[in-house]
Design a protein around this ligand. Structure first.
Ligand code: SAM
Ligand code: SF4
Length: 329
């Protein structure tokens, strides 16, 4: 699939639920209204959409949410999608998770073909973790990470840089990830969804995190380009990869290779734009793949050139009304 700007679309991110057992302050408000269950695609329907994308040339799937691992029977989706890995049609399936359920699911995830996971972890301090997630237990996350490591899953930690909250922990996180053998990426907050507060208050540029880390660590540039909005370096002292995501930079749109499906069947062609295509009618009116493939092709033909995120200091309002838990990371 080639979009109107000549970009090859090979990566589909799939949010399988908007629900979550945490309420991270930058992602959700305390009182969230979740999508009615009746509007949410079944796991079989999600499989059909993913498989249609695979047949159109998608090589990588990321399963995200909400918290994907709180969706009932989610393992069955990983298992069924695994057939595309076996056939060679897909290069990989990856997962973004808060790791709260990983302790008991790591083994089955690995068995289904999963090899890499991104785990969101903003602090190594249990009290701070509870404050950021509003209900998360850090020891459960550590147990999940231990299980992931034990079964052989490769782990990357995603840390949202929050001014005045965890900016003092960057060195500790780099050292800890080094000891654990985990890669690490710092992410800037994105203006997605009303979170019941002013998010510019905690906005922290990752360039500043990098500048501070450079005082204690040797960071050598590497040319890894995963097609995403990250810049990677190698921490010479630990050997681990370290990334910095600056989603506010429009620069990355030129090489964007991805689209996003949310759990209701709506496809967003850009994280930073509201334009979308509802795939559910095509999915539900016909058993055959034809209408679904036509709807997908029509959507790709509408992929925009770029986005227009801004965090306007003094105006903490979201640039995009959707919450991150709906679109996924
Ligand atoms: N629940 C899973 C998790 O936390 O990893 C998957 C979904 S979560 C929405 C995906 C990623 O988005 C997480 O790494 C989270 O930290 C990040 N995220 C959520 N809201 C964000 C925001 N407003 N700005 C930047 N990153 C955000
Ligand atoms: Fe849940 Fe992930 Fe959002 Fe935190 S960032 S509330 S874990 S979906």
């Amino acid at each position: 699939m080639i979009d109107p700007f000549g970009r090859k679309i090979t990566y589909l991110r799939v949010s399988v639920t908007d629900r979550c057992d945490f309420r991270c302050t930058y992602c959700m408000s305390e009182q969230m209204t979740f999508l009615p269950k009746a509007e949410v695609l079944t796991l079989e329907e999600i499989d059909r959409v993913c498989s249609a994308f695979v047949s159109r040339g998608v090589r990588k799937l990321r399963i995200t949410g909400g918290e994907p691992l709180v969706r009932r029977n989610i393992i069955s989706l990983f298992r069924s999608l695994g057939r595309h890995l076996d056939s060679g049609a897909l290069d990989e399936i990856v997962l973004t998770t808060n790791a709260s359920q990983l302790e008991h699911l790591a083994q089955e995830l690995f068995a289904s073909g999963l090899r890499r996971i991104n785990v969101s972890l903003d602090t190594l301090d249990a009290a701070k973790f509870l404050a950021i997630t509003r209900r998360g237990k850090l020891d459960k996350v550590f147990a999940g990470l231990k299980a992931a490591k034990a079964v052989g899953l490769k782990v990357k930690i995603n840390t949202v840089a929050l001014k005045g909250v965890n900016e003092d922990e960057a060195d500790d996180l780099v050292a800890w990830c080094g000891r654990q053998g985990f890669d690490l990426t710092f992410i800037e907050t994105m203006p997605l969804g009303d979170i019941g507060g002013d998010r510019t208050e905690h906005y922290m540029p990752v360039t500043e995190i990098r500048r501070r880390l450079e005082q204690n660590w040797t960071l050598s540039d590497i040319s890894d380009n995963t097609g995403g909005p990250s810049r990677y370096v190698r921490v010479v002292e630990t050997g681990q990869r370290l990334g910095f995501i600056t989603p506010l930079s429009r620069h990355f749109c030129d090489t964007c290779n991805r689209v996003r499906l949310i759990c209701t069947g709506i496809l967003y062609m850009c994280l930073g734009k509201d334009d979308s295509v509802d795939l559910r009618p095509a999915l539900r009116t016909s058993e055959s793949a034809g209408p679904l493939l036509a709807a997908i092709d029509g959507a790709i033909a509408r992929k925009p050139k770029g986005h227009d995120f801004t965090i306007d200091p003094g105006n903490g309002r979201p640039a995009i009304a959707r919450h991150m838990n709906v679109t996924g990371g």
